[in-house]
Design a protein around this ligand. Structure first.
Ligand code: TRP
Ligand code: ZN
Length: 484
């Protein structure tokens, strides 16, 4: 009896020790990824971020540009000194957990105010808190870091992360760029609210997501601090910071939504006419997609050479140079489809790009351009693009399953994704179609969804219709479907 009891308590004690103490029974390391089929290292297991508080101080590279000596890079002043405080809830007992963070230098790290040790390997910053974290516990990780953030090259060859611009810098995060400028759970499935505070040398401006809470210049420090607040959940890839000289226009839409537009002075003249349409586009999109999901809107326009693409950064889409109307319609449509209803994994990209592309077709149809049917027909006939290779590329793979990470922004995701939506519209009719796209945005507002959620939703909304052929041939099928 006694012997049994002894050995039992001994086992228990050993078990607790191995699991990191009483608070962490069975605590184990959080995984280094969330299992994304295209970006296996993106995100991390075992916790859910609720809020990011980022305080960034940016100093332009003050080294002499004419100095081409070998030592120039290492001698250049750091461009970013930052503190990130990440509030998260443990979803499993954690002995260690990872953050995604690529490059820069970590200077210190605490968990709930206590020094924590860390190791780094590639994009994984592994944190060992002083005591294990029990499941359900809310904990705060503070990372102090500095250095020059990296520009990351995507699998498709485009640049993201931290991009130096003609007069400042720009942070763009799709799909994995946020980890270049702040540590976090860099995957679309974990959305959080944000406070982003940026201090820049006086004379420069700093624009970010959400609403500008304050702008303060201290005479002695010769610096200006901009504090931005994002009260609705945001995926890491949609977070942005744009530093430079901007013409700022602050207005409100007819229903009182704040509009904050920042335009590089060199792009101001070319942008004026199209940006004047922003309120009208917002109204048209609210009419078609339902209530706008965020508490402010706007745009950021930098110079053409500053980035190779536009991006639907939350509240304030980014444009490299003056956008055309279709691109403005596209990026604003993403605020509903992508930013509010966010893909569960990078495989579900067509839920972003198919919708935003279809928004362009609908805009054209409603504004004396081609009908969506004409656009669909041109794509099916292979007369849409200027050259045959582009027309053929539409059929390279099914929208729901891009070939690899290098292809998540190819035309099957955009144009063929839009064709899927048009097929649904033709099957259910206009009234039901608009109910579906509005209902989809309402049902998953500020959340995440995948392709299976979408097909189930469409079937539920139109129970008498048969979508078998659309799903099988258009959404999941390889090659060009036999019939339009
Ligand atoms: N989402 C952007 C748009 O449609 C395009 C884009 C930029 C993109 N970077 C990307 C798409 C990375 C996929 C991956 O305007
Ligand atoms: Zn897009």
């Amino acid at each position: 009896m006694r012997t049994v009891a002894l050995s039992l308590s001994l086992t228990l004690t050993l078990g607790l020790t191995a699991c990191g103490g009483p608070s962490g029974v069975h605590a184990t390391p959080g995984s280094a990824g969330v299992g994304d089929p295209y970006f296996p290292k993106s995100g991390n297991g075992g916790y859910d971020v609720t809020h990011y508080d980022l305080t960034l101080a940016y100093t332009p590279d003050t080294s002499d540009a004419s100095d081409t000596s070998e030592t120039r890079d290492s001698a250049a002043a750091p461009t970013l000194t930052a503190t990130a405080t990440i509030t998260a809830r443990a979803t499993t007992p954690l002995s260690t957990f990872d953050l995604d963070f690529q490059g820069m230098k970590v200077n210190s790290l605490t968990v709930d105010g206590k020094m924590a040790s860390w190791t780094r390997s590639g994009q994984e910053l592994k944190v060992r808190p002083p005591a294990a974290l029990r499941k359900g516990r809310t904990f705060r990780t503070t990372v102090r870091y500095s250095g020059t953030p990296e520009t990351i090259t995507d699998p498709d060859g485009s640049d993201e992360g931290w991009l130096p611009t003609a007069d400042g810098a720009l942070a763009l995060g799709e799909p994995t760029g946020s980890m270049a400028w702040f540590p976090g759970n860099d995957h679309p499935s974990d959305k959080a609210t944000y406070d982003i505070t940026i201090t820049v040398p006086k004379g420069l401006q700093a624009v970010s997501n959400g609403e500008l809470r304050s702008e303060t210049t201290t005479g002695t420090a010769r610096a200006t601090t901009y504090s931005w607040h994002t009260p609705q959940p945001m995926a890491t890839y949609l977070a942005t910071v744009a530093i430079g000289h901007y013409d700022i226009t602050r207005t409100t839409t007819r229903n009182g939504l704040p509009v904050y537009v920042a335009v590089d002075p060199q792009e101001a003249a070319a942008s004026r006419k199209v940006l004047a349409k922003l309120p009208e586009i917002m109204e048209w999109e609210e009419y078609n997609f339902g209530p706008y999901p965020f508490s402010s809107t706007g745009a950021i326009v930098d110079r053409g050479g500053d980035a190779g693409y536009a991006l639907e950064t939350q509240n304030r889409p980014f444009f490299p140079g003056a956008p055309d109307t279709a691109t403005l319609v596209h990026e604003l449509a993403h605020q509903w489809y992508g930013d509010s209803v966010t893909p569960k994994t990078w495989r579900d990209m067509w839920l972003n790009e198919g919708f935003a592309t279809y928004a362009e077709w609908l805009w054209a149809e409603d504004h004396d351009g081609d009908t969506a049917q004409q656009t669909f027909d041109a794509l099916y006939k292979g007369t849409y693009f200027d050259d045959k290779a582009d027309d053929d590329a539409v059929w390279a793979f099914p929208p729901a399953t891009p070939t690899s990470a290098a292809h998540i922004s190819d035309s099957p995701v955009y144009e063929r994704g839009a064709m899927v939506l048009h097929k649904i519209r033709r099957t259910v009719g206009d009234a039901r179609f608009y109910d579906i796209i509005q209902g989809w945005a309402a049902t998953h507002r500020h959340g995440n969804a995948n392709t299976a959620d979408f097909t189930a939703y469409v079937e539920k909304m139109a129970p008498t219709k048969d979508f078998t052929e659309i799903w099988k041939n258009w959404l999941y099928g390889h090659g060009k479907p036999a019939r339009p």
